[in-house]
Design a protein around this ligand. Structure first.
Ligand code: HQG
Length: 184
């Protein structure tokens, strides 16, 4: 068994490469965010950023990922991140109707700006929202004292704003204008 610390390190490395900077190890993602697994393994091992990655380890990371961050293609040859990209990829997600409310966890220090300009995707392709407050709290905690914003998602949808849900259940939208935000 690989230690959870080791798996976490590989997971973070895969997030970095598959969401943000494939070129850091000489990789290119295809238009839909996929990369060939053998190529990923070769380039990762040459990079010296992680020690001896192999298919079994990647499988273990995928299987144990609490948020199901990665997915294999049907033929098992390729892998991609399910969401969270800062680089331009087309995940071919279909618009879906959201529940009445969704949640976004952020840090209190961002609130002033958020209530003025709404939620923006910042470096990523979308604003990330969740159906549950626990997940939102954990996300917000990464940046400081967490605060949970309630998003009037169904109302946004009714007014023509589009929502997607990633393979791993994260809700995505382009931005959340101020009128649809509720602070605690
Ligand atoms: C904030 C995790 C000031 C926003 C989670 C957030 C997620 C503003 C930060 C995924 C703002 C961006 C994404 C505005 C937004 N003014 N601050 N107008 N609009 N912000 O990391 O949502 O564990 O890009 O509130 O599960 O925190 O990494 O987004 O605090 O799905 O797999 O700007 O990351 O997944 O931060 O997290 P991020 P996020 P993983």
């Amino acid at each position: 068994m690989t230690s959870s610390k080791q798996l976490n390190k590989i997971s973070k490395f895969l997030s970095f490469v598959l969401r943000h900077k494939p070129e850091a190890i000489g990789l290119t993602l295809d238009d839909n965010g996929w990369v060939n697994i053998d190529n990923l393994i070769n380039k990762s091992n040459k990079s010296g950023e992680v020690s001896s990655i192999n298919r079994e380890l990647i499988q273990e990371v995928v299987d144990t990922s609490d948020k199901k961050r990665f997915i294999f293609s049907d033929d098992g040859q390729n892998i991609r991140a399910n969401q969270g990209h800062s680089i331009q990829v087309d995940l071919q997600l279909k618009p879906v109707t959201p529940p009445e409310f969704l949640y976004h966890g952020t840090a209190t220090r961002f609130l002033e700006s958020i209530v003025e300009e709404g939620l923006k995707p910042q470096e990523r392709q979308h604003v990330h929202l969740s159906t549950n407050i626990e997940t939102a709290t954990a996300v917000g905690q990464r940046y400081g004292k967490p605060v949970i914003l309630t998003i009037k998602a169904l109302l946004m949808h009714k007014q023509g704003l589009v929502f997607y849900r990633s393979e791993n259940g994260v809700w995505l939208t382009d931005n959340v204008p101020v009128p649809f935000l509720q602070t605690p």
